[in-house]
Design a binder for this molecule. Structure first.
Ligand SMILES: *[C@@H]1O[C@H](CO)[C@@H](O)[C@H](O)[C@H]1NC(C)=O
Length: 360
C-alpha cells in the first residue's frame, strides 16, 4: 500500500502544478471526417484517407488518416490551445501521458443518426464514440484516480462536428434515398435534431462542461455537390437550404440547453459562415479558387475520392477545398483561428479563448 499511495500523491502534486503553471486543457473530439484524425485507418471501411496524396504537406509527407493535405481542424485547435495534437482513440500509441492530453473519437462517414453512413460499413457510430469515451475515462481514472479524471474532463475542450453526412450521405444520397420517400425535409430536420440533442446531453452527462458544436458547412457548395448536382457548377440550392435550416435549429437547441445553466456549457461555432466567407471572397484569404478541389477526379475534381488515382494540384494553398468535401490545411487554419478569437457572429455565446478562461 505504502508505495502506491506515495505514487498517487506524487501524481496529484504533478497535476496541481501542471494546472497552476497553465498547462493546456485536454481536448476531446467527436464526430465525422472533418475532424477524424485517423480512427478509420484501423477499421474495415472505405471512408478513409490513408493513401497518398493525403498528407502530402504533413510534416512526414505521409498520409495520416486526416482528410487533408496536412493538418486538420483539430490540429489547429490544439495548436491554438498551446497543446500537442491529440491522437485518434484507436491509435495504439494512445497510452500513458498521451492519454492525459485527450483523445479523438471521430470517424469519417458518421452522422447524428445511427443509419447514416451505412454504406461505409464499419465506422464508429455515435453511441460507440460515447462508449469509447467512457472506456477512456476508466483508463485515465486507473492512472490518476476518479476526482482528477473528472476535473480533467470538466476542464477540457470538447468539440463535436456532425450533421453533414445525415444530409449528403443520407437524405440527399444519390441516386435516390429511401428517407426522402418516408419523410418531408422538415420532418427529417426534426428527427435529426431530436437525436443530436440527446448526443449533446450525453456529453454533459459524461462530464463535459466546455462543448463547442460546429455547424454544418455550406453543403451544396462542396465540389462533390457542385460536380454531381448542378448544370453550371453553382451551389445546390436544396442542400444549401437544408444546411441553413439545420444550423438554425442547432443554434436554438444550444440556446435551449444553455438556458438551464448559469454559465454556458455549449457554444455554437458558425463554421458555415466561415466557409461562406472563404467561398465568396477567396482572394481576400489568399486563395485562387473555392469551386474546384485540389485533389480528386472529374468535374471540379469533385467526383472521386482523393487517392493514388486522383489528380493533385501543385499549389495547395490556392485552394479552399482539398478534396470533394474537406478543406485544405490552409482553410482549416483560418477556421480554427476564428473558433478561438472570432466575434459573436462566429462563436456564440463564447469563442474558445473566452470559454477556456472560464473557471468552473
Ligand atoms: C442507435 O443505436 C444505439 C445502440 O447502438 C441504440 O441504443 C439507440 O437507441 C439507437 N438510436 C436510435 C434512434 O435508434
Amino acid at each position: 500500500m505504502e508505495p502506491i499511495s506515495v505514487i498517487s500523491c506524487l501524481v496529484a502534486v504533478v497535476i496541481m502544478v501542471a494546472k497552476a503553471s497553465g498547462a493546456p486543457p485536454a481536448l476531446f473530439i467527436f464526430g465525422d471526417s472533418l475532424v477524424d484524425s485517423g480512427n478509420n485507418n484501423y477499421l474495415l471501411t472505405n471512408a478513409r484517407a490513408d493513401s497518398a496524396p493525403n498528407g502530402i504537406d504533413y510534416p512526414t509527407h505521409l498520409p495520416t488518416g486526416r482528410f487533408s493535405n496536412g493538418l486538420n481542424i483539430p490540429d489547429f485547435i490544439s495548436e491554438n490551445l498551446g497543446a500537442e495534437s491529440v491522437l485518434p482513440y484507436l491509435n495504439p500509441w494512445l497510452q500513458g501521458d498521451a492519454l492525459l492530453r485527450g483523445a479523438n473519437f471521430a470517424s469519417a462517414g458518421v452522422g447524428v443518426l445511427n443509419d447514416t453512413g451505412f454504406q461505409f460499413a464499419h465506422i464508429i457510430k455515435m453511441p460507440q464514440q460515447f462508449n469509447y469515451f467512457m472506456e477512456y475515462k476508466e483508463r485515465v481514472a486507473g492512472m490518476i484516480g476518479l476526482p482528477a479524471t473528472d476535473s480533467l474532463v470538466a476542464g477540457a475542450l470538447v468539440a463535436i462536428c456532425l450533421g453533414a453526412n445525415d444530409y449528403v450521405n443520407n437524405y440527399f444520397l444519390l441516386p435516390f434515398s429511401l428517407r426522402q420517400l418516408h419523410y418531408s425535409l422538415d420532418d427529417y430536420h426534426a428527427i435529426v435534431m431530436l437525436e443530436y440533442k440527446k448526443h449533446l446531453q450525453k456529453l454533459y452527462e459524461l462530464g463535459a462542461r466546455k462543448i463547442m458544436v460546429m455547424s454544418v458547412g455550406p453543403l451544396g457548395c462542396a465540389p462533390s455537390q457542385r460536380a454531381s448536382r448542378s448544370a453550371n457548377g453553382e451551389c445546390h440550392a436544396g442542400l444549401q437550404k437544408s444546411a441553413a435550416d439545420f444550423n438554425s435549429l442547432l443554434k436554438s437547441t444550444l440556446d435551449e440547453l444553455n438556458s438551464h445553466f448559469a454559465i454556458p456549457v455549449y457554444t455554437y461555432a458558425n463554421s458555415y459562415a466561415m466557409n461562406v466567407d472563404m467561398m465568396t471572397f477567396p482572394e481576400a484569404y489568399g486563395f485562387k479558387t473555392s469551386r474546384d478541389a485540389c485533389c480528386g477526379r472529374g468535374r471540379f475534381n469533385g467526383l472521386a475520392p482523393c487517392d493514388h488515382l486522383a489528380r493533385c494540384c501543385p499549389d495547395r494553398d490556392n485552394y479552399v477545398f482539398w478534396d470533394a468535401f474537406h478543406p485544405t490545411e490552409k482553410a482549416s487554419r483560418i477556421i480554427a483561428a476564428r473558433f478561438m478569437n472570432g466575434p459573436p457572429s462566429d462563436m456564440s455565446p463564447l469563442n474558445l479563448k473566452t470559454m477556456m478562461q472560464l473557471d468552473l
